[in-house]
Structures are given as structure tokens and as C-alpha cells.
Design a protein around this ligand. Sequence first.
Ligand SMILES: Nc1ncnc2c1ncn2[C@@H]1O[C@H](COP(=O)(O)OP(=O)(O)OP(=O)(O)O)[C@@H](O)[C@H]1O
Ligand SMILES: O=C(O)c1ccc[n+]([C@@H]2O[C@H](COP(=O)([O-])O)[C@@H](O)[C@H]2O)c1
Length: 219
Amino acid sequence: MKRVGLLGGSFNPAHRGHRKLSLHAIRALGLDEVWWLVSPGNPLKPEAGMAPFSARLASARKMACHAPIRVSDVEARLRTRYTADTLAKLPRLYPKHRFIWLMGADNLAQFHQWRNWRRIARQVPIAIIARPGYDARAHASPAMSWLRRAVRPAGQAKKWTSWRLPGLVLLRFRPDPTSATRIRAADPAWHRHFSNVRGIPISTQSVPSPQPRTDLLQP
Ligand SMILES: Nc1ncnc2c1ncn2[C@@H]1O[C@H](COP(=O)(O)OP(=O)(O)OP(=O)(O)O)[C@@H](O)[C@H]1O
Ligand SMILES: O=C(O)c1ccc[n+]([C@@H]2O[C@H](COP(=O)([O-])O)[C@@H](O)[C@H]2O)c1
């Protein structure tokens, strides 16, 4: 059984905050790997300002290199944008894997706006990573008032495969202020570094190894 943390994101672009939180989560939760699920398009974010999928994927691959982090385009191939839909399909594709959903405190603050968010919390355990400027809002959020009774002590973090759901743990590492918004503000054309010379989109490879639906998941 492989223990996998899922970090869904726009990765517009990927940055060292993603890498650091993933490495910390691997240690704190006893994970074999973290998969970065590069979103074809966050349903709550405007398309304007979103770099091409291929550039976001390439930036994630670069940021993930030499770490137990796998970059996945599975949502694009499954044609799922809503996390609840992705989470409904993944266990069927990877029956020998166990998944925990990772997200920063900024996402917990607006989790109640996600489609079927209560269902998500019943589908997978969740680990929240503290993020400078968002922790108070996350704790006061509508989702947190529902989830509060599901919070597990940090000492149970590594036992997430046996939690009753919903179950959530708050992970507190040294907070990292890096954000993609700031990176875009400093370099709005960052994605040009990830296009090849002819402007042909970079192909999508580097997917977690498929379990039986090889037809669907082969690059
Ligand atoms: N510095 C960070 N600390 C904690 N969590 C983070 C950090 N950066 C990103 N995350 C989390 O990683 C996931 C993917 O983040 P995303 O790709 O949206 O990056 P971002 O920096 O939040 O982007 P943007 O500024 O465009 O919203 C989200 O769950 C987000 O909360
Ligand atoms: O399912 C939803 O309704 C939903 C709404 C907003 C965000 N998400 C997911 O949250 C993850 C983080 O997105 P982002 O843009 O904040 O990096 C990413 O996997 C999105 O698909 C999902």
C-alpha cells in the first residue's frame, strides 16, 4: 500500500513553498510520495492571468525534481475540475494507494465554496498547512466550524489511514510566505521560460504510474 499526499493546485507557477510544504508533509504524515495535481482550471479562479496548462505543468516538474514528488496531469485527462470528482475516481484507478488531501490555510478559508465540500471531507483525510496571513481566517471559516469536531491531535498525524472520516490535522511548519501571486507580480511573463523555442506546448508526461486503467492514464 502506497501512502500518498495529494496537493491540488494551479501551480501558476509552482514555487518553493509547494516543495517545502510537500517535504514537511511527507515527514509529518509518513508519506511515500506527494502528487501535485496540476489543475486544468480552478473552478473558483478566473481564466484571465492563468498561464497555459503546459507551462504550469513544466514549472511544477522543475520545482519537484529530485524529491519524492510526482507531478500529475491526471485531472486534465480525467476531465475533472472539481476535487470531489477527482477524488471519486482516483481510488478506482489506484486501488493499492491511500490518499490524504493537502491544502494551505488559504484554501481552508474558502473550502465551504467548493462543490460538495462535505463529501470531500468524507472521501479523504485532510491535512492543513499553516500559511502566513490566512490562519485566523481559516480557523473562523464556515468549513472549519463544521470540521472542528473532526480535528485530530498532531500526535495522530501518521495514523491517518485509520482515521474515521471526516478527519483533519493541522500541520504547523515554519511558515513560508512564498506565493504564486507575488511571483506573477514580479514576472508576469514567467511562463515564457517554460515554452520551447517554437512555442509548441511541452508534452504532458510524468504521471504517477497507472494501475489497471493503463488506457486512460498512459501519457
Ligand atoms: N507558502 C505556502 N504555504 C502553505 N501553503 C501553500 C503555500 N503556497 C501554496 N500553498 C498551498 O498549495 C496549494 C496550491 O497552491 P497554488 O498553486 O494556488 O499556489 P499559490 O501560491 O496559493 O497561488 P496564488 O497566489 O496564485 O493563489 C494550495 O493548497 C495552497 O494553499
Ligand atoms: O472542487 C472545487 O469546487 C474546487 C474549488 C476551488 C479549488 N479547488 C481545488 O483546490 C486546489 C487548489 O487550487 P489553487 O488554485 O488554490 O491552487 C486545486 O486542486 C483546485 O482544483 C477545487
